[in-house]
Design a protein around this ligand. Structure first.
Ligand SMILES: Nc1ncnc2c1ncn2[C@@H]1O[C@H](COP(=O)(O)OP(=O)(O)OP(=O)(O)O)[C@@H](O)[C@H]1O
Ligand SMILES: [Mg+2]
Length: 260
């Protein structure tokens, strides 16, 4: 289904209104609102300190916003109990951290890292769990003979791919990513981006992805939201925003990248 058809026929998977988070007198993000439809990738860009991580962590329930509403599949997430929120984070939601160390258990084998997520949603059959883990390692291009190695023995790019496998193995309905290609060599970034694009397309993932890299959003995001000083200054279809930016700040952002 195309994006437009989705927007017309489906209800939003995630609906955000007036989301505001302050750190004392400082604004983290303010008045942020958007709808994310099933199968859609929303990119969030903006300079350092513009509120991208604050927004993502509020959306994913890592911190509580001061104001606003977050509806997931129509349910008021901010009214969820701690147990309900945890259940979401274990299965329906995935969160890919910029630093794989924040999203992996470094002392547990690669297979264990993937299998653990399955067990958290109730899988108990060891052979089936190991088979799924092997399958997912393959999908993220990690050789099957590394299944018993710990992530600490992996390169940065491999760790990031393992984190992605761990997150996607439960078939999440919504994936949050904070700078998933940050902190990696350029050639490793390109390969990871390629892999991510394949997974997004093949699995029809619904994603909110934060990045300061316009090449990442150009490849992955259907829609783009530009943030500055905690506020959304522009939002639209990615190609439209990048090719014909309306806001002066977006124009600056786009042109500064082109000059590199
Ligand atoms: N824990 C915190 N305590 C106080 N202020 C914070 C905290 N986290 C973020 N801020 C402030 O909130 C604003 C938004 O920060 P945030 O980390 O969300 O930006 P960002 O867009 O993710 O930046 P970056 O691209 O550098 O990761 C900044 O002014 C920042 O200083
Ligand atoms: Mg950040």
């Amino acid at each position: 289904m195309t994006l437009m058809q989705n927007a017309i026929t489906a209800a939003p998977l995630l609906s955000v209104q007036g989301l505001t988070k302050r750190y004392g007198a400082r604004i983290g993000c303010a008045g942020v609102g958007f709808d994310l439809y099933p199968g859609e990738v929303l990119g969030i860009v903006g300079e350092s300190g513009s509120g991208k991580s604050t927004l993502l962590s509020c959306l994913a329930g890592h911190q509580r916003p001061d104001e606003g509403r977050i509806l997931f599949d129509g349910a008021d997430v901010l009214a969820f109990s701690e147990a309900e929120r945890r259940r979401l984070l274990r299965g329906d939601w995935a969160y890919v951290h910029q630093n794989p160390r924040d999203g992996l258990r470094m002392g547990v084998s690669a297979g264990g890292n993937v299998g653990e997520r399955l067990m958290a949603v109730g899988a108990r059959n060891y052979a089936a769990i190991r088979e799924s883990a092997t399958d997912w390692l393959g999908r993220v291009e990690i050789a099957a003979d590394r299944i018993d190695d710990r992530p600490s023995a992996f390169s940065g790019g491999m760790q990031q791919r393992l984190q992605i496998a761990r997150n996607l193995v439960t078939g999440p309905r919504l994936v949050f990513m904070d700078e998933p290609t940050g902190g990696l060599d350029v050639s490793v970034q390109a390969r990871l981006l390629d892999l991510l694009r394949g997974l997004v397309r093949d699995l029809g993932l619904s994603v909110v992805i934060v990045t300061h890299d316009l090449a990442v959003v150009r490849l992955l995001a259907d829609r783009l939201m530009v943030m500055k000083s905690g506020r959304v200054v522009e939002c639209g279809l990615t190609d439209q925003v990048l090719d014909d930016p309306q806001h002066a700040y977006t124009q600056l952002l786009v042109s500064s990248v082109l000059q590199v």
